[in-house]
Write a protein that binds this ligand. Sequence first.
Ligand SMILES: Cc1cc2nc3c(=O)[nH]c(=O)nc-3n(C[C@H](O)[C@H](O)[C@H](O)COP(=O)(O)OP(=O)(O)OC[C@H]3O[C@@H](n4cnc5c(N)ncnc54)[C@H](O)[C@@H]3O)c2cc1C
Length: 464
Amino acid sequence: MADYDFDVLVIGAGPGGYVAAIRAAQLGLKTACAESRETLGGTCLNVGCIPSKALLHASELFDEAAHGTMAKWGIKASNVEIDLGTMHDSRREAVKGLTGGIEFLFKKNKIEWLKGIASFESAGTVKVGERTVRAKNIVIATGSSVTPLPGVAVDQERIVDSTGALELAQVPQHLVVIGGGVIGLELGSVWRRLGAKVTVVEYLDQILPGMDAEVRKESNKIFKKQGFELRLSTKVTGVTRNGDTVALTVEPSAGGQAETIEADVVLVSIGRKPNTDGLALDKAGLAVNARGQVETDHEFRTSVPGIWAIGDVIPGPMLAHKAEDEGIAVAENISGLTGIVNHAVIPNVVYTMPEIAGVGLTEEEAREHGEIKVGKFPMLANSRAKTNREPDGFVKVIADARTDRVLGVWIISSLAGTMIAQAAQAMEFGATSEDIAYTCHAHPTHSEALKEAAMAVTGKPIHI
Ligand SMILES: Cc1cc2nc3c(=O)[nH]c(=O)nc-3n(C[C@H](O)[C@H](O)[C@H](O)COP(=O)(O)OP(=O)(O)OC[C@H]3O[C@@H](n4cnc5c(N)ncnc54)[C@H](O)[C@@H]3O)c2cc1C
């Protein structure tokens, strides 16, 4: 230790970095974490998962009270109004509570928070603000930020990114979302429920890239039924602000007749890019790959001994729970234990209503690997979902035709984000569809639909 200030220096305090720091400290390593934001928790807690879920929850309550099924249950709510200021205050309170919680955990675990932007001076030396520290192990957990759309200047008023879309002071009349991925659909759902007309412009011929094709198609139908206008196979060629309105020029992705769409707010959500600018990776002897990511081996070691990387800055899905699991694993590997993340089993959830979730292979990917069997069960035939008047969606279990091992599970249901956990756990244990089918599931729950979809793999569900 003589030559080092810390055993471990983590750069970035998002779900990857703060979890890595806590785990390293728990394992007895002297740990510091550099973070340039005012608060800990990274994208996820400050401007990502948590504030978006706060607004999704609030807007869902409003939608339910104003337009939902409450009246059918004999609950009469009149003059339901939105107080957007209070809604935003509640969102900020949630963020404050959780980011403050990480600060408390840092103190509890004696992790030193080095405030400021970190950049490498050499492989073992990092400058954070005015301070230069040496660490035996350095974990790059700098996360990601919004990918800009070339030629489109985000002003966070009328042309916003996901951070600006969380802060809108008024419900837009017409919100145009550029990009039909998870973030665009979640934030589009928030403002649609609060009263905006929402148009989603997507370059590809379907929304939710990367998900199972049948799930994408069904989601498309559900979002359209909810009032979303989905402009697929369409590319945006220009975005111009004219005072309080924005004009978008669009044309078919394959080329063709251009047209103009008028909006009062445009949300640019075409993806996220890894954060490595300003890190001076070259001084540490590191380079990024063609996608700007830091490459690692399976244990999260970079090509430079003593430097590790995790989370959104490395290849793989940009998800908070993936970053967290990598944070635990990297700390365990640094301390000489065996930290493993099974990247084949990372659940992916879209927190719309209904929720959309998947884990493992899509049906298309699974077919490429060999013969498969697919079992499906509609939520309409699930007693609890039907009773609650949540008929949309289905569960689909994809299993290897020869071994019956579950290869993927896809769910559209109001509780898909919660239901997918049992699928992930089953897959982690190498379960067969029969294992799920013969596991006793509590009645009446939405999860019974997963059991029935597993039974459907061999053609024997009970309730259809
Ligand atoms: C609107 C939105 C909603 C999302 N919803 C979900 C969701 O529901 N579920 C989900 O799983 N994921 C969600 N995500 C993605 C999730 O936020 C990220 O996958 C996750 O935050 C990645 O964690 P990370 O630790 O790798 O990086 P980050 O959370 O990005 O944290 C990196 C931190 O490093 C700091 N940093 C960067 N460079 C430096 C430097 N040189 N010096 C010091 N500090 C530095 C940054 O300030 C940042 O705080 C959402 C993202 C957005 C934008």
